[in-house]
Design a protein around this ligand. Structure first.
Ligand SMILES: [Ca+2]
Length: 342
């Protein structure tokens, strides 16, 4: 993301938090809910998600696109289309013998952003995988943050539709699927996991967006939380500003206490934005570690106790090799530049 856009993001997030009153209305049916918010002019707007079309491109502001990368086409993605009706999905490169990794971006940016392409490249360098990227830039680039934030639910439903089509077409199952999203993209993946007909194996939230998800505090069905996959791991790097402050996963990792500035960011002009991006930098680096030698972290009840040396047992890896049995909060230090792992 360009630096000036990061500034805009920060201002708008702060602005949104101060001017918007958001509440949720929910019934037992997951498709029957709405968001109501009051804009800066005191005008109330209702975004009724039950009216959002699920199989058409009638969403007013844009749609969602999917791209498949494999070792056979690492740089030239194959677009994937959600099939109509009961039709099967068609793909030249999808290999049902290989697991599925799905990656998406956050506000303003898009699928071809450098960090996302780097993560895709690292996956394909290390593993035989079907890597699918989700481009929702037509919605995410809406400069009005609340619209982009509220669009995550629609985009998540589209991702779920694609996953359902893959499951049906290739006889794969949720255990083959790991979803990864940064900032607003983390919530996209939370919704994708919630709406997919099968429980997916794992969702990794990379500094999930805080404004309009944690502040105000939304119900679990309106944000990424541990109920959205069999294993949800969250990496906090700008906790309490751009990113979640509280723990919402099965395992929550707090490198350098999870707060900003992360090491190496303090001397930069945009320390919060730099810190927000460290989550994907750490995760991408972790993909290259083929054994639990990187980003060793320790379960602990607080950063202070960790710093006092009170938590030195039961270490686990943060990032791609994170053990599915991990539970609770984990702490670790990193270096201030790549390679970040100590
Ligand atoms: Ca959720």
């Amino acid at each position: 993301m360009q630096l000036e856009k990061r500034i805009i993001l920060y201002i708008l997030c702060t602005f949104a938090r101060s001017i918007l009153e958001v509440r949720t209305e929910s019934s037992d049916e997951s498709n029957d809910e709405s968001l109501n918010y009051v804009d800066e002019n005191g005008v109330s707007h209702v975004m009724n998600f039950s009216e959002i079309p699920q199989d058409t491109t009638e969403m007013l502001l844009g749609d969602t696109y999917f791209y498949l990368y494999t070792r056979r086409n690492p740089m030239n993605p194959e677009p994937l289309e959600i099939p109509e009706g009961n039709s099967l999905l068609t793909s030249t490169y999808f290999n049902k013998s290989n697991d599925i990794r799905v990656i998406t971006h956050g506000w303003i940016t898009r699928e071809n952003v450098t960090w996302l392409q780097n993560m895709k490249n690292s996956f394909l360098k290390e593993y035989e995988l079907n890597v699918i990227t989700v481009d929702w830039n037509e919605l995410s680039r809406n400069i009005i943050y609340p619209f982009a934030a509220c669009s995550t639910r629609y985009v998540g439903k589209r991702v779920a539709k694609l996953l359902d089509a893959l499951i049906k077409t290739f006889n794969v199952n949720g255990d083959n699927i790991h979803l990864i999203g940064h900032s607003l993209g983390a919530h996209v993946m939370g919704y994708a996991g919630m709406f997919c007909t099968e429980k997916v194996s794992r969702i990794t939230g990379l500094d999930p967006a805080r404004p309009l998800f944690e502040v105000p505090d939304m119900m679990d069905d309106f944000k990424l939380d541990y109920s959205d996959a069999k294993y949800v791991d969250i990496i906090h790097t700008c906790s309490g500003v751009y990113g979640y402050g509280e723990s919402h996963g099965h395992a929550d990792f707090y490198p350098n206490n999870g707060t900003y500035p992360q090491p190496g960011c303090s001397e930069k002009k945009f320390a919060a934005a730099c810190s927000h991006g460290r989550a994907y930098e750490y995760f991408t680096e972790s993909i290259e570690y083929q054994s639990n030698v990187g980003f060793i972290s320790f379960p602990c009840s607080s950063w202070e106790k960790y710093e006092n040396g009170e938590c030195t047992e039961n270490p686990t890896a943060m990032g791609y090799l994170s053990g599915f049995e991990s539970r609770g909060d984990y702490y670790l230090h990193t270096k201030n530049e790549s390679k970040y792992s100590l």
